[in-house]
Design a protein around this ligand. Structure first.
Ligand SMILES: [Zn+2]
Ligand SMILES: [Zn+2]
Length: 319
């Protein structure tokens, strides 16, 4: 790849109720979770139609029905949940449809455009949070990698649950080569109180601010690919931003990536498109149509995260 061609990459936090069980708000997203198999099916069709090699970061426990048994694991000492392994969806009697998706890998691998399958943990453990020791991280990542290997997949890319970065050495040790960093916006830094972030993100969206174009950064033997923009769902407060804002912002990001030869990294959770299935998928296809225009002009190339870090580019220096 030429160094001056822009790149579009997309990562998908694929998790169902694993993403919310520990915060006790699964019910709030239940409808979207139940629509997620349909969303994923249609996303796969769209990625084929628009030739997009996406990176699917999956919670590996989606692939396993353990019967609620995790006898060899020790619960992390998080302040918001007492007994991690006792409260997992698989152990708490939750409807399987909300957390078990054995069909997932086959559907993704059936795509004609090759998709990358990476990881988002085995139980969506927040690796950077206080209470997650090296041992907890080691078990969480070890189990996740083992599960994918049992399906013939060697995962190379990782998305941290809640983008909470920690224990990079454990990822490296298990063969992970790249992870998504937090969005390149000043307020996404850890030093900014979490309570302020939603309104700042909302302001960016409402103002249709140009998302940041990024470059991969080497962090020791692992590469960080920061995020540029989350593709917003159309529920909660987000419906009050104008419907086209996500697409308008992405267009600005792609224009900039094409101009400077940088990377535009979009990300979302598939269930984000499950609140108003048809409307959300139409909005998402609008974005892919914009990507296609850039690709046809040879201003942008589409790459998975792993493909991206192996193409010949200069990496930035670690800050
Ligand atoms: Zn389990
Ligand atoms: Zn997640």
């Amino acid at each position: 790849m030429d160094d001056d061609t822009g790149v579009f990459t997309i990562s998908l936090d694929t998790e169902l109720a694993w993403g919310t069980f520990d915060k006790g708000n699964v019910e709030r997203y239940e409808k979207a979770y139940r629509n997620t198999p349909e969303v994923i099916d249609q996303l796969c069709d769209l990625f084929d139609e628009y030739e997009i090699p996406a990176t699917w970061a999956v919670v590996s426990h989606l692939l396993e029905d353990c019967g609620g048994n995790h006898p060899d694991r020790t619960s992390p000492d998080f302040e918001w949940v007492d007994d991690w392994f006792g409260e997992l969806p698989c152990a708490s009697g939750m409807d399987e449809e909300l957390w078990y998706a054995p069909w997932l890998l086959n559907r993704i691998q059936d795509c004609g455009t090759e998709q990358e399958i990476g990881l988002h943990g085995s139980t969506h453990m927040q690796l950077g949070a206080d209470g997650c020791s090296w041992r907890h991280a080691e078990e969480e990542i070890g189990v996740a990698v083992e599960t994918l290997r049992s399906h013939g997949i060697e995962p190379k890319s990782f998305v941290f649950p809640r983008n909470d970065i920690g224990h990079l050495d454990v990822l490296q040790e298990h063969g992970i080569e790249a992870y998504r960093g937090v969005d390149a916006r000043w307020y996404e830094r850890a030093s900014v109180p979490d309570v302020l972030k939603p309104s700042l993100r909302f302001a960016d969206e409402a103002a249709r601010l140009k998302p940041s174009v990024v470059e991969p950064v080497e962090r020791g033997d692992i590469v960080e690919v920061p995020g540029s923009q989350v593709f917003r769902p159309s529920h909660n407060g987000w419906k009050y931003t104008l419907g086209g804002s996500s697409v308008a912002r992405a267009r600005k990001g792609l224009e900039c990536a094409a101009r400077v030869g940088g990377v535009f990294h979009l990300w979302l959770h598939p269930f984000n498109l499950g609140h108003e299935l048809e409307k959300d998928l139409t909005r998402f296809e609008d974005l892919l149509r914009v990507v296609k225009q850039f690709v046809e002009r040879r201003d942008i190339e589409c790459r998975s995260m792993n493909d991206l870090i192996h193409c010949s580019r200069e990496y930035g220096d670690a800050a």
